[in-house]
Design a protein around this ligand. Structure first.
Ligand SMILES: *Cc1c(COP(=O)(O)O)cnc(C)c1O
Length: 368
């Protein structure tokens, strides 16, 4: 007898993570600031008191209170997850029924459709506008036309680094019966969060993460903020003890250190400005179409030469993310940013020289 793998699983590819060693890694939108130095001392003494033989406190109250204090929300509204990825998975799998449709925006975070297909949820799409913002009227219209029961998107956008205004998001929430899930993974770098409205809406879930601005991608910790009703449902759905004691303790200490978080964000924003200004100077080169303004900790470059530039940067041991006609560069340290700007300049100048000499050759041939 042979076990046959479910058809939907045959074509699945794992999320692409590049494991090669690179001198400079600006591909995953992590923070370049390791909170270790500041937090490690506090962590070590907290860890001493963790009873490893016991399950964690399943209410995670201390952690939710620390989150609540920092973001000014009631801890009753907060559900903690093993990365926000776990919460996205739960929401798609459990809030949607088997024949419900999920509306996604295009482009957006590549994991959303993968989670949806794992749960055999139907998906439909609405395009973002040219600058990557959500098109709210089109979104409302598509929900109605497709009878979508939920819509999930990142804000700021995980594809273009733009942020859609809070009023627009709330207009959507208040003018649809669908569940609206706003993934605010990058909102610490911007100021359009809808987190404070979650308490009074029964169709809004806001997701946050410790992986980006907070510099703790390693502990796998994310949060959902929603009405008490939805929070109860989420908490009932998650597996018991979904967070391990080490992550929960680290998260509590991290989120209680508002000074560290504020300084880290300010530092990243300062470096983002330098990276943006440096890259912006390259826009005059015809190989670069556009440098996008950034509301996050990464900068997008629109170029027809993405494959080539990506490969040549990698040869120089610099890793960025290649998104087909688009390169995404995470803000790094001063030195890393300087290095990527310099190497990029050299690469596009050589592309441009080659293009120019090809054009001249063609002109010469035509003259002959
Ligand atoms: C990084 C990222 C996540 C993942 O968050 P984790 O908490 O690390 O699972 C989710 N959504 C978006 C848009 C992201 O960029």
């Amino acid at each position: 007898m042979t076990y046959r793998l479910n058809e939907k699983l045959l074509g699945l590819k794992p999320y692409e993570v590049i494991t090669e060693d690179c001198r400079i890694r600006l591909d995953a939108n992590e923070s370049f600031i390791d909170p270790g130095k500041e937090l490690r001392q506090k962590l070590l003494s907290a860890w001493e008191n963790i009873e490893l033989n016991r399950y964690p406190d399943d209410t995670y109250l201390e952690l939710r209170e620390a989150f609540g204090r920092f973001y000014d929300v009631d801890p009753e509204l907060v559900t903690a997850g093993n990365g926000s990825d776990e919460l996205i998975f739960l929401i798609i799998g459990c809030f949607l029924k088997s024949d419900d449709k999920l509306l996604l925006t295009e482009p957006d975070f590549s994991m959303y459709p993968i989670f949806a297909s794992a749960y055999e949820r139907q998906t439909c799409y609405v395009a973002r506008d040219n600058s990557g913002n959500l098109d709210i009227p089109a979104t409302i219209e598509t929900i109605r036309r497709e009878k979508a029961s939920a819509v999930l998107f990142s804000n700021p956008s995980s594809a273009f680094s733009t942020v859609t205004a809070r009023e627009k998001i709330m207009y959507l929430v208040d003018n649809t019966d669908a569940l609206v899930v706003v993934d605010e993974a990058y909102m610490d770098f911007s100021d359009q969060s809808v987190i404070k409205y979650a308490a009074n809406r029964d169709n809004l879930i806001v997701l946050r993460t410790c992986s980006k601005a907070l510099g703790c991608a390693g502990i796998r910790l994310g949060f959902a903020v929603s009405s008490p009703n939805l929070a109860r449902v989420l908490s009932a759905l998650r597996s018991p003890y979904n967070l391990n004691s080490l992550s929960a303790t680290t998260g509590s200490i991290l989120l209680s250190d508002s000074e560290y978080i504020k300084n880290a964000v300010a530092h990243i924003l300062e470096n983002r400005k330098e990276l943006y200004e440096g890259l912006k100077l390259l826009e005059t080169n015809p190989a670069i179409k556009k440098i996008y303004p950034s509301a996050t900790n990464y900068i997008c470059i629109s170029t027809d030469y993405a494959d080539r530039i990506y490969a040549e940067l990698k040869e120089r041991s610099i890793l960025v993310r290649n998104l087909k006609n688009m390169l995404r560069i995470t803000v790094g340290t001063k030195e890393e940013n300087q290095a990527v700007i310099e190497e990029l300049r050299a690469i596009i100048e050589s592309i441009n020289n080659i293009n120019q000499s090809e054009t001249e050759e063609r002109a010469n041939e035509e003259r002959m």
